[in-house]
Write a protein that binds this ligand. Structure first.
Ligand SMILES: Nc1ncnc2c1ncn2[C@@H]1O[C@H](COP(=O)(O)OP(=O)(O)OP(=O)(O)O)[C@@H](O)[C@H]1O
Ligand SMILES: [Mg+2]
Length: 272
């Protein structure tokens, strides 16, 4: 398919069009269509196994779709060669579910890593950038420590500093508050909002934490079984009368999600 050049006037930085991802027989992303506006803070909600990380892995160029088009800044990343995808990955930041710091490297070296790998900058310049990124996340004094010498919340922030190293235009966060105490959750939330507002970086966040989701989101989408089932502002989602949205947002044990789980071919699976 011919590439359309990036249209600088388009509001959308990410355009997913009819995306399908299949693993064997299982359809994990089922004809997804979604646009993310430049500079937007979008939260993706959904139960375990809904397909959120798969979508994020696709958007961040870690995996490929079975079919569909995903344009980032007008370029279809689904049609890119491996080398082009490598280039694309340098323009984004990803904070993985685990934080994924290299345990044998200091915090400072972790942040410097993408700069050493992907740029020709000299060590003095890299040192200055590392200090600036660590300052952004409040960790400048901890540059010389190993990940095991700082707390879980600080490791998340160090991961974020590393994701920021290359001045990304989009940052993807996969469950940034998982395993953090409530104060650290608030700090990470404020950091995500602050970076979005000061740097204008488009922000896509997967989270299970409802308080956090409503604090950081300008818009929320709800995924279920590989599909988007709701899309709205925090206000719209909070007041939604859709039983699925209501159950998810309020964490109710009764509702369409649980009904479906309990009736899901259980008898058949036991007998097969
Ligand atoms: N590489 C893979 N090979 C096979 N199946 C996969 C692969 N990656 C994901 N899946 C399946 O796709 C489905 C969606 O997984 P995904 O990790 O996207 O869910 P999720 O919404 O992020 O869930 P959670 O909230 O638990 O992180 C699951 O059923 C999972 O087993
Ligand atoms: Mg996940």
């Amino acid at each position: 398919m011919p590439e359309h050049p990036a249209d600088p006037h388009t509001d959308n930085i990410i355009e997913c069009d009819d995306i399908v991802v299949r693993f064997g027989e299982q359809v994990v992303l089922d004809h997804l269509t979604l646009n993310v506006k430049r500079g937007e803070r979008l939260v993706i909600l959904g139960g375990s196994g809904a397909g959120k990380s798969t979508l994020l892995n696709l958007m961040s160029g870690q995996t490929r779709s079975t079919s569909g088009v995903m344009r980032i800044d007008g370029k279809n990343i689904c049609a890119m060669s491996d080398a082009e995808l490598d280039e694309y990955r340098k323009t984004i930041g990803v904070l993985f579910q685990s934080g994924a710091l290299f345990q044998s490297m200091t915090v400072g070296d972790n942040v410097a890593l993408p700069l050493r790998m992907h740029t020709d900058l000299d060590e003095d310049t890299i040192g200055t950038i590392v200090k600036m990124k660590l300052e952004l996340v409040g960790l400048r004094e901890h540059a010389g420590k190993l990940p095991s010498e700082i707390s879980g919340g600080m490791q998340k922030r160090a991961g974020l500093a590393r994701a920021l190293a290359m001045d990304p235009k989009v940052i993807y966060y996969d469950e940034p508050s998982a395993g953090l105490d409530p104060v650290s959750v608030t700090q990470v939330d404020e950091l995500m909002i602050g970076l979005n507002e000061t740097l204008g970086v488009t922000t896509v966040i997967i989270t299970h934490e409802m308080v956090s989701a409503f604090r950081v989101a300008q818009r929320l989408v709800l995924m279920d079984q590989g599909k988007f089932v709701a899309d709205g502002t925090p206000e719209e989602m909070r007041n939604s009368e859709d039983p699925l949205v209501y159950q998810f947002v309020n964490g109710e044990s009764d509702g369409p999600l649980s009904d479906r789980r309990s009736s899901d071919d259980y008898t058949q699976s036991l007998l097969s």
